[in-house]
Ligand binder design. Structure first.
Ligand SMILES: Cc1cc2nc3c(=O)[nH]c(=O)nc-3n(C[C@H](O)[C@H](O)[C@H](O)COP(=O)(O)OP(=O)(O)OC[C@H]3O[C@@H](n4cnc5c(N)ncnc54)[C@H](O)[C@@H]3O)c2cc1C
Length: 300
């Protein structure tokens, strides 16, 4: 749930990952308080512009995040009151005197009473230290069965005044080997303004993401540009771009028969959650968060 911005104009933003939140009738009831809260704060608003080729089941309802999809995460981090530290790459987790010693890429470490891991499942399995021996064979098998799609996302940022004259805010493409989805992102989020230029988001197909997984971002960006010319010829030059590789994009197979979390150790608590333990969307994240919370509350 990442929102990128034009370094020259931070108000020109683009959702590079999740695009919109689809509320099914089931989750409209069971996650009602979450939807009500996000709507009351203006973090979610109904999607009103057409997304061509979108498959919608009866009773489903779509929302967008006008300030960018990352505003959902920012909202919950703010509500939590926690001190948040970004860009702390965890490499090792060891048990030290009944606490977890979590080491980072930088070499420094810190101790914690409880640890919740929500990174993609293959990255949990890459962690070194005691954690590797705590995962039972059965848990390891379950975690190894989790699969993800891979794709690239390209964000294009334009100068104020540029017009992208199409009747849609998003379009699923079925006839291109490289491009699967295009969104006029500011239009999708209903924040078009004369002071800020439009932003475009392009998602590649999964086969393209897989076959180009080891290519440089510059090469991939160039190929996407060439293919885009076939779909939207004559687009003006963007003032800036951001290309993102989603090696672990959407979960295609989550941990089977899982209650939304996997407890690796009880005391001190070490628990895994996130969409790999449920399903790859907002409701999957909420389901996992609620079950991790139960485990935390029942902690001895
Ligand atoms: C391209 C794309 C399109 C999507 N479209 C939609 C959509 O339209 N609607 C929808 O509801 N959902 C969509 N999703 C799915 C949605 O974004 C995910 O379900 C959701 O973000 C999962 O949240 P999470 O917290 O479980 O994991 P993530 O959002 O994957 O967060 C995991 C975090 O762990 C961090 N991390 C990884 N390794 C380490 C480490 N060693 N140390 C510290 N941190 C680490 C990562 O940097 C990341 O910040 C989409 C996802 C992608 C990629």
């Amino acid at each position: 749930m990442t929102t990128a911005n034009d370094p020259r104009n931070p108000r020109c933003t683009a959702d590079l990952g999740a695009q919109y939140i689809t509320r099914t009738p089931h989750y409209a009831k069971t996650h009602q308080i979450f939807y009500e809260e996000l709507l009351a704060h203006g973090i979610l608003r109904p999607l009103t512009c057409p997304i061509e080729g979108m498959k919608l089941k009866e009773g489903d309802y779509n929302f967008v995040a006008p300030q960018g999809i990352s505003s959902i995460i920012k909202h919950y981090l703010k509500e939590s009151g926690a001190d948040v530290y970004f860009r702390q790459h965890v490499t090792k987790i060891n048990l030290r005197n009944d606490k977890w010693e979590v080491s980072k890429e930088t070499g420094s470490s810190e101790q914690f009473d409880a640890v919740v891991l929500t990174m993609p499942v293959p990255q949990i399995l890459e962690l070194q230290g005691d954690i590797a021996n705590l995962i039972t064979e059965c848990q390891k098998k379950q975690m190894e069965s989790v699969t993800y799609s891979s794709r690239y996302a390209l964000g294009l940022f334009y100068e104020a005044g540029v017009k992208i004259d199409v009747p849609w805010a998003g379009q699923y493409i079925t006839s291109n080997p490289c491009i699967r989805f295009i969104s006029i992102d500011n239009k999708k989020r209903n924040i078009e303004s004369s002071e800020t230029g439009p932003s475009l988001v392009i998602h590649t197909t999964v086969p393209f993401g897989v076959t180009h997984s080891e290519h440089s971002l510059e090469d991939v960006q160039e190929i996407i540009f060439q293919q885009l010319e076939n779909i939207l010829p004559g687009l003006p030059r963007p003032v800036s771009t951001q290309c993102q590789k989603w090696r672990y994009s959407q979960v295609t197979n989550a941990v089977a028969n899982c209650p939304g979390q996997m407890t690796l150790h009880l005391n001190p608590l070490l628990v895994c959650g996130g969409d790999g333990f449920t399903q790859s969307n907002f409701d999957g994240c909420v389901t996992s968060a609620l079950s991790v919370l139960e485990v935390l509350k029942n902690r001895t």
